[in-house]
Each structure stands twice: as structure tokens, then as C-alpha cells.
Design a protein around this ligand. Structure first.
Ligand code: CUA
Length: 335
């Protein structure tokens, strides 16, 4: 844009404004008290200065009113900051249902992206304006951080788990993408761009690419890795039926329950002994080293794409905890 260096990045997501207002509020409160305190220090230093060599100050024994004032006022201000900050944070932490889900994998030193339709990109991300987009982010090696200043969004890509970011881009254009966590020699080169397109342009962009969708690739992996020899479509397999598992509450062998979110599915593939489903033996081998991070996302995408549990399956999950938390199967992948 302009030649002058902007003080602030553009605000190009629905959340950017909320973050900025909160930020300016913090700045304003800090500035107000900095000026107030510095002003009082100077004023008092002048007003109550020693006027003769043997002057002695009056003894002060304290003031309840003052003590209360400077305890209660900061308490109220910090509570406002806490509640307001938590509200903005929680909004950012919870992707709305029905968001378009895009997979992102960080590795030294690039960002690999796969769209629900199978389109792939490296160090770029094309998204439509005006639509909720959810990024599910993994790392192939070390900790990276996916940072889009114009959206006021930043989330770490952590090896061994999946993290999520969501945004709704407001303005078509190109925006910076940075890696914001030092990740080795070429960390500073791990940059790219976010391209926000109008919905029509986005559709044409999508049409220009092709490839198997993550769910289809995942189905192939599922067969290639012989997952289907134990996880049968119906009951009677050595492993649990996977239909309807994502988003449900799963009853475990040790009596506890777990919400089957992305990280649970991931862990169950990489470290199957960690949580054994009630009624099953700990037979499954680990797939650590056999599946790439992208492959994992594809497997998860495939499992999410399965139709809800078939009647009569031996699947224990929904029985253990009826209705509420089991309400989301099929939602996640956005296929
Ligand atoms: Cu990746 Cu810094």
C-alpha cells in the first residue's frame, strides 16, 4: 500500500476490531496511570520539598479511605480486562459450527495446506471473504506458529498435537503470513501470504485445482495401513467401530470418559495404548513413524466423513453418554 510504514497492520477479519479495541483500552489505561503517577511524583516532589536543613516531615499513620480506593479501583479495572479478554479469547478459541475446514501442516521451513476439496498449496492460503474458516494445524517437526497479523490471529503448530484457528476474512486482498516461533535456520524465511478472494473468485480458484479430498486420501490410507482389518464397518471387529465417534463421548476401559475431538483421534492413532475403549483389548500397534502429519489429518478427515454409527454396532460411545455431546458427528470435517 502506502510508502510509509503503517503503525498498525490492516484489520481484515471480524475479530481484528475486537482485538484492537481491547488493545487500545489497555494502552489507554496504562497511559492514564503512567501520566497520573509520574505527574503526582513530580508535583509532590516540588510541593513537599525540604525547605530548610532541619525540616522534619509530619508523621503519617495511614488512611483507610485511600487504601480502599487504591485497592478497589485497580481490582475493578483488572476484572474488566480479565472478563473482556477472556470473552475475546473464548470467541477465538471456538470455531463456529459449519466452518470450512482447512488443514495446515508446518515443517522446516514451509506451510503445507490442504483444502476440503483436495486443493493443495504451499506458503499460501486462499480463502473466501465472508465465510468462517477453521484451520486445523499440526507440525511435522518442531514448534512453529501460524501468524496472520491482519487477522490478529496467531496459533502455535505443535508436534504431537493439533491446534485450531478460525477467522472470517472481511476484505479481499493479500495479507502477510509469518512463522512466529523460532524454528531453526530458515525460520525468517518461513513466510507466505493469505489471499482473500470474493466468493465467486474463490470458486473459480478452487475449480483450477484438483486432487483427492483429504477424506478420500484418508480412506485410501485406512486401507493401505490395514486399519480396516480391525475397525470393521459393523460390530465384531477387534477394534471399535469408528462411525459416529468424532464429537461423541467415549467410555474408556478404566471407567473414565473422553470427548472424541481431533486430538483424541490423533492420539489413538499415534499412541493407541494411551486410552483404551471399554470392551476392547489393547492390541493396536502405534502408527508413529508410519503416518505423516498430513496422513493423520487425512485419516481423521476420513473418520469424520463416515456416516453415523449403524444400528446394532457394538460401539459403546453413545450409550455411555447420551444426547448432548454426541450431537456433533459429521460436523467437523466440513466436507
Ligand atoms: Cu517455523 Cu519459525
Amino acid at each position: 500500500m502506502g510508502r510509509t510504514l503503517p503503525l498498525f497492520p490492516e484489520a481484515a477479519s471480524t475479530q481484528a476490531g475486537q482485538v484492537d479495541i481491547l488493545y487500545f483500552f489497555v494502552i489507554a489505561v496504562s497511559a492514564f496511570f503512567s501520566v497520573l503517577i509520574a505527574g503526582l511524583v513530580i508535583t509532590f516532589a516540588v510541593k513537599f520539598r525540604r525547605r530548610s536543613p532541619d525540616a522534619v516531615g509530619a508523621p503519617i499513620t495511614g488512611s483507610l479511605a485511600l487504601e480502599l480506593l487504591w485497592s478497589i479501583v485497580p481490582l475493578l479495572i483488572t476484572m474488566v480486562l480479565f472478563v473482556w479478554g477472556a470473552w475475546v479469547f473464548l470467541d477465538m478459541a471456538r470455531p463456529p459450527r459449519g466452518s470450512m475446514e482447512v488443514f495446515v501442516v508446518g515443517k522446516q521451513w514451509m506451510w503445507k495446506v490442504q483444502h476440503p476439496g483436495g486443493q493443495r498449496e504451499i506458503n499460501e492460503l486462499h480463502v473466501p471473504a465472508g465465510r468462517n474458516v477453521r484451520l486445523t494445524i499440526g507440525s511435522e517437526d518442531v514448534i512453529h506458529s501460524y501468524y496472520i497479523p491482519a487477522f490478529r490471529q496467531k496459533i502455535d503448530a505443535v508436534p504431537g498435537k493439533l491446534t485450531t484457528m478460525w477467522f472470517n476474512a472481511t476484505t479481499p486482498g493479500e495479507y502477510h503470513l509469518f512463522c512466529a516461533e523460532y524454528c531453526g535456520t530458515k525460520h525468517s524465511g518461513m513466510v507466505g501470504r493469505i489471499v482473500v478472494l470474493s466468493p465467486d473468485d474463490f470458486e473459480s480458484w478452487l475449480a483450477g485445482g484438483s486432487g483427492a479430498s483429504p477424506a478420500v486420501s484418508g480412506e485410501k490410507l485406512f486401507t493401505d495401513l490395514a486399519c480396516n482389518t480391525c475397525h470393521l464397518g459393523g460390530s465384531g471387529g477387534r477394534g471399535p467401530v469408528l462411525n459416529g465417534v468424532p464429537g461423541s463421548t467415549v467410555q474408556l476401559a478404566d471407567g473414565s470418559t473422553v470427548l472424541a475431538d481431533d486430538n483424541y483421534l490423533r492420539e489413538s492413532i499415534m499412541n493407541p495404548q494411551a486410552k483404551i475403549v471399554a470392551g476392547y483389548q489393547p492390541l493396536m500397534p502405534t502408527f508413529q513413524g508410519l503416518v505423516s502429519e498430513e496422513g493423520l489429518l487425512q485419516l481423521i478427515s476420513y473418520i469424520k466423513s463416515l456416516p453415523p454409527a449403524a444400528a446394532g454396532s457394538g460401539h459403546t460411545a453413545p450409550a455411555a453418554s447420551p444426547a448432548p455431546s454426541g450431537a456433533t458427528p459429521g460436523d467437523g470435517a466440513g466436507q
